[in-house]
Design a protein around this ligand. Structure first.
Ligand SMILES: [Cu+2]
Length: 152
């Protein structure tokens, strides 16, 4: 007798498992913006809010764009002496149902090695990379050099 019974049991267990959603499917990216740059010698910057609408924590492991060879997530910290530093974040966790803001003075995307100047009024594609290998791509508008955000 062939083991149909076992095969059927395995298949039904697989069918009963909840669908596995990619991390990127659960994350809503809001209010993305960048500042115009002076040429390409200095890194550019990008800000946004990453909202995890899922029931599991999501890990952001990086960014990708053809605008910059090395986009990195930086944290800005100011010590007791008032000295401000930026440190590279290998990953940023977004708790279930929570949002992480990348905003001036805090977390931000540093667009290292700009490939072209960032011109006010233009936009570019930025992909947020998640720990499961999925990506979510957005269009980031470039605001003026003195801008403090989309509400300006
Ligand atoms: Cu930075």
């Amino acid at each position: 007798m062939r083991p149909f019974g076992i095969a059927t049991l395995v298949l039904s267990l697989l069918a009963a498992a909840p669908p596995v959603l990619a991390d990127g499917d659960d994350v809503v990216i809001e209010d993305a913006w960048s500042r115009a740059s002076i040429g390409t010698s200095r890194p550019g910057v990008a800000y946004m809010t990453l909202r995890n609408t899922g029931a599991e924590p999501v890990m952001v492991t990086g960014m990708r764009t053809d605008l910059a060879m090395m986009p990195m997530i930086h944290a800005t910290t100011t010590d007791a002496q008032g000295v401000t530093r930026m440190s590279h974040m290998e990953e940023v966790e977004i708790a279930a149902g929570e949002a992480v803001a990348l905003a001036p003075g805090g977390l931000h995307v540093m667009l290292m090695d700009l490939q072209r100047p960032m011109v006010e009024g233009e936009s570019y594609t930025l992909s947020v990379i998640f720990a499961d290998g999925t990506e979510a791509s957005i269009q980031v508008p470039i605001l003026g050099m003195a801008s403090r955000g989309p509400a300006d």
